[in-house]
Design a protein around this ligand. Structure first.
Ligand code: PMP
Length: 432
């Protein structure tokens, strides 16, 4: 038999799971950025390269490779759940964030799993808990990559409205009552919340709502345990305001809240290290699934991070990063005041941390990729993330006049100029 020419080959027959995964908006934004190199991107959610800890990491790499023994250990495969040394350090770090001795946390290092970014844990949780048709409740707006994870496993997503205090717990309760009335409570498995300085809204859940979400999960665990997935990705990027307790801290059973955090924002996304604090009976399912995927996150990177945490350099780095982002957050808020304050119907959230400002425009101005505003913004030389991408509800039910603005990547001057350009585009829509 002769080898067929490439163009004679049949098309691939991709899996049903692939079909669940819908087109990623991020690819469109990246394409736009490549095609328009002079555009100031207030869209990119990346951390600022200027703050990346090159010297600290170089010192840690040298220490890891200092002698043959430690170098060999770091360059070998690790274990699926992650390096024991790192997990012990993570437990201590988590204790520090929770304001208590690690022995009093009510969990042990065996319940900490190291993952390839916290994104992997979000994905693993979907895979071990959700069959097609199972239900996850999320805030509207929410972290759009997680919506992709939920779509990827065929889950149904129920959107709960949010306000300045985060997901509205009255609406959460009402949604659960509705699902019970429809006889679908047995399909409800998960409540997802970005608890600190949300991506995209910049808001944090209030202390009261944190407690209420845990209470609701306990009360509505009627057919099986209803889990809360607390995504604390931005917890350490706090610039001012109160130090909020985690949602996890309200779960006295330690069996209901799945807590995830990452070193991507506070240290380096290139290391791809995140971790989960898991209810005891989810540790094995998560590790079984992770074993199928990668049998452990990059061991070398875990040793680097462990060395950084041991050296004490981590805490001082986080302080520097927060100081740098505080300046940029202030630059964006000052620019918003300067360029948008006189525009009727325009409002924005004042975040106390994280990387995002969420702006709402009057309802007659749509912000989507195909909107006139988006076209004019790119023409003026600025880009944002359309707010409608951050909702999981059907398109015609989503608010269409919001946008996510990020101060992560641009320097203060770029933020100022980007906001000026954006205001020109918005102003032009208000007069036309
Ligand atoms: N959660 C949220 C809310 C995020 O914004 C991100 C990154 N954009 C992640 C999780 C995942 O980050 P990583 O995989 O780098 O830890």
């Amino acid at each position: 038999m002769s080898t067929p020419a490439a163009e004679e080959l049949l098309p691939p027959k991709l899996s049903r799971r692939w079909h669940y995964a819908r087109e990623q908006a991020i690819s469109f934004l990246m394409q736009q950025a490549v095609e328009n190199p002079d555009v100031i991107s207030l869209a990119a959610g990346l951390v600022d390269s200027e703050t990346l800890p090159v010297a600290e990491t170089r010192a840690a790499v040298q220490k890891v490779l200092e002698d043959h023994g430690s170098g060999k250990m770091a360059l070998q495969y690790g274990t699926t759940a992650g390096s024991e040394r790192l997990r012990r350090l993570l437990l201590a770090h988590f204790g520090q964030l929770e304001g208590c001795d690690p022995h009093d946390l009510g969990v042990d290092a065996g319940q900490l799993v190291v993952t390839t970014g916290s994104q992997q844990l979000l994905s693993l949780v979907c895979e071990i808990l959700l069959d097609p048709g199972d239900i996850c409740l999320v805030a509207g707006p929410t972290y759009f990559v997680f919506v992709g994870n939920l779509n990827g496993v065929g889950a149904e997503i129920v959107t709960i409205p949010s306000d300045d205090d985060g997901m509205q717990t009255g609406a959460l309760e009402a949604a659960l009552q509705q699902l019970e009335a429809e006889g679908r409570l047995d399909r409800v498995k998960l409540i997802y919340a970005v608890s600190y300085y949300d991506n995209p809204s910049g808001r944090s859940l209030s202390t009261e709502r944190r407690q209420q979400i845990v209470d609701i999960a306990h009360r509505w665990s009627k057919h099986h345990r209803l889990f809360v997935l607390e995504d604390a990705a931005y917890r350490e990027l706090r610039y001012d305001g109160e130090t909020l307790p985690s949602v996890w801290s309200f779960d006295e059973t330690r069996q209901t809240v799945i807590y995830t955090q990452t070193f991507s924002k506070s240290y380096s996304p290139g290391l791809r290290i995140g971790f989960g604090v898991l209810p005891r009976d989810l540790v094995k399912p998560v590790c079984d699934r992770k074993g199928n995927e990668d049998f452990g996150s990059a061991n070398f990177n875990q040793h680097i991070l462990a060395t950084v945490l041991e050296s004490g350099l981590y805490d001082s780095h986080v302080e520097q990063v927060c100081a740098a982002y505080r300046i940029k957050r202030d630059a964006m808020l000052a620019a918003a005041d300067r360029w948008f304050a006189d525009l009727p119907g325009v409002s924005w959230v004042h975040p106390h941390g994280g990387l995002y400002v969420w702006m709402s425009l009057p309802p007659q101005i749509q912000t989507g990729f195909k909107s006139e505003l988006f076209r004019r913004a790119v023409e003026e030389g600025v880009m944002y993330v359309p707010g409608e991408l951050c909702y999981a509800s059907p398109l015609d039910e989503r608010p269409r006049s919001e946008m996510r603005l990020s101060y992560g990547v641009q320097p203060p001057e770029g933020i100022e100029e980007g906001m000026r350009r954006l205001s020109v585009a918005v102003r032009s829509m208000l007069v036309s």
